[in-house]
Write a protein that binds this ligand. Structure first.
Ligand code: CU
Length: 383
């Protein structure tokens, strides 16, 4: 009797405890789920704005509000990027413009009369082109970081050299003159007879001398050319290299809205056999100070080359999106879909990129040391 009454009391006492526990846990679960729903809703609003509010009008206040929020995230891009990552200085000299270099090949940035001094094309009987280039080697001081100058050896006074671009089957003819102080050559990756290889001592073009390189453009892909004089590491690291792009004759790839040439390079400023400055297209942090402007959803094709001497490997990592990679550009089907690739010296690749959302997106070497010494930039993605 006593026992049963006691059990009854205990059972009676358990009821409020269970209720209290349910209330406590229920409230916590409610708080957590309410928070998640709120955050998700805000993200959904941003996504909605990104996909529909490309042309905000005063008649759609909600769209205007969302659009304003998005715009503020990439307004005044240069200042924002620079301040966020703490880059000091700017580039006062205008000797070489890495933004212009990105989409320049066959001297297409020059007016016709100026261009014809360096590049001419002539139609051949089979419909292909004879593409002639005038290229000279020259010693020249170039700016590689704000206020930091490097005694470079250059092709046509710039590093990287002017980009050479042809279609598979075209004929390339290069009138090369050495105006520098050391023997130099032009060694192309691609098919050619040994006499056009520019790599042996008998191929060296001495100061004041000329040589004409001639070969057919193949295979299609993203290749490079560089000096092959000795000591080779010195002739490359001093700046004698450039991009050589061969487009497929029958191109079945998606058509890009924008094409960008990116040469990952570095400079040994104190000649100790190690690099002190790293970059894409020569000027450290240039694309952080001057982000590359692209548009949401458009197809951006990057021709990426690694020519960094002294370090065995380099990488390219892009934030907030993935890209199709065509290794060496020699196949028209991408072989992988990723957000980072690693390239040893002389390796190259084509990357097809699209950004889903407007904003500022970093790209950099995943070798952090290189990033901190200049190998970093931004894409500014607009609606
Ligand atoms: Cu050389």
């Amino acid at each position: 009797m006593e026992k049963s009454r006691l059990t009854g009391i205990m059972q009676h006492a358990k009821i409020p405890l269970a209720v209290a526990l349910i209330l406590i846990f229920g409230f916590a679960i409610f708080k957590i789920s309410a928070k998640d729903v709120k955050a998700e809703t805000e993200f959904d609003k941003m996504k909605e704005a990104a996909s529909h509010c490309t042309q905000p009008s005063a008649t759609d206040p909600e769209c205007m509000e969302s659009f304003k929020k998005l715009q503020s995230s990439h307004r005044d891009a240069q200042r924002t990027a620079q301040e966020k990552v703490g880059i000091v200085g700017s580039y006062p000299s205008n000797d070489f413009d890495p933004i212009e270099y990105l989409s320049t090949w066959n001297y297409n940035h020059l007016p016709a009369n100026e261009r014809s001094k360096y590049y001419r094309e002539t139609k051949r009987a089979d419909g292909s082109l004879l593409r002639e280039y005038w290229i000279y080697a020259e010693d020249k001081e170039i700016e590689i970081a704000p206020g930091v100058f490097f005694p470079a050896w250059t092709y046509n006074g710039q590093v990287p050299a002017p980009t050479i671009r042809a279609t598979e089957g075209d004929r390339i003819r290069i009138h090369f003159e050495n105006k520098g102080t050391k023997p130099h050559t032009m060694h192309f990756h691609g098919f050619h007879p040994s006499s056009m290889d520019g790599s042996m001592p008998e191929d060296f073009v001495y100061p004041g001398q000329n040589f004409t390189y001639e070969f057919d453009a193949d295979p299609f892909g993203v290749h490079l050319f560089h000096c092959h004089s000795v000591p080779l590491k010195q002739h490359i690291s001093k700046g004698l290299y450039g991009a050589y792009i061969v487009d497929p004759k029958n191109d079945t790839r998606p058509k890009p809205n924008k094409e960008l040439v990116m040469v990952m390079n570095a400079f040994d400023t104190n000649l100790d056999g190690e690099n002190e400055v790293y970059a894409v297209n020569t000027k450290a942090f240039y694309y952080t100070l001057n982000p590359i402007k692209v548009k949401k959803d458009e197809l951006i094709r990057i021709y990426l080359i690694n020519i960094v001497e002294f370090d065995p490997i380099n990488s390219f990592h892009l934030h907030a999106t993935f890209f199709d990679e065509y290794g060496t550009g020699t196949n028209q089907k991408p072989h992988t879909y990723t957000d980072i690739i690693s390239l040893a010296q002389g390796e190259r690749s084509i990357l097809d990129v699209r950004f889903k959302y407007p904003g500022m997106y970093m790209f950099h070497a995943h070798v952090s040391e290189f990033t901190e010494l200049g190998w970093m930039g931004f894409f500014e993605v607009a609606d």
